[in-house]
Design a protein around this ligand. Structure first.
Ligand code: 5GP
Length: 116
């Protein structure tokens, strides 16, 4: 696919979406198909990195910022506990190749990792 990613298009107001945070280098939106009571996506504004491995290699500071923001949002929208998921590659369920973290929280049963 060419052109801006679906997430960039939400950020620019091109298509609707609930933006819950907008910082210098990151933004967060509510997932359109929530898989937990709280399901946010935290996304770097740059589209340079397709997945978390590329982000870690290319800008570890930005990855650390992303993790910190995920924690902040989990505390703001819930009790602060959260699960952070980066689907990496089609075989792992990645559908949007603009790196993003799923922040999942609220009633996540132990042992549910990998269910979907
Ligand atoms: P992935 O499968 O790449 O790890 O995650 C992509 C996520 O983006 C999915 O959880 C999907 O529900 C979400 N998503 C796809 N299109 C839209 C959209 O138009 N708006 C919002 N808010 N989320 C979307």
């Amino acid at each position: 696919m060419t052109g801006p990613s679906i997430f960039t298009r939400i950020l620019s107001g091109d298509i609707p979406g609930e933006i819950v945070r907008d910082t210098d280098r990151l933004f967060a939106i509510r997932d359109i198909a929530p898989q937990a009571p709280l399901h946010l996506l935290v996304i770097p504004k740059t589209e340079e990195y397709r997945n978390v491995a590329e982000l870690a290699a290319g800008d570890p500071g930005l990855l650390a910022e992303l993790v910190a923001l995920a924690g902040e949002l989990a505390a703001e929208h819930g009790d602060g506990d959260f699960r952070l998921v980066f689907n990496t590659g089609e075989g792992a369920g990645q559908t949007v190749f603009h790196v993003h973290a799923h922040v999942l929280a609220g009633a996540l049963p132990e042992g549910s990792l990998g269910q979907g």
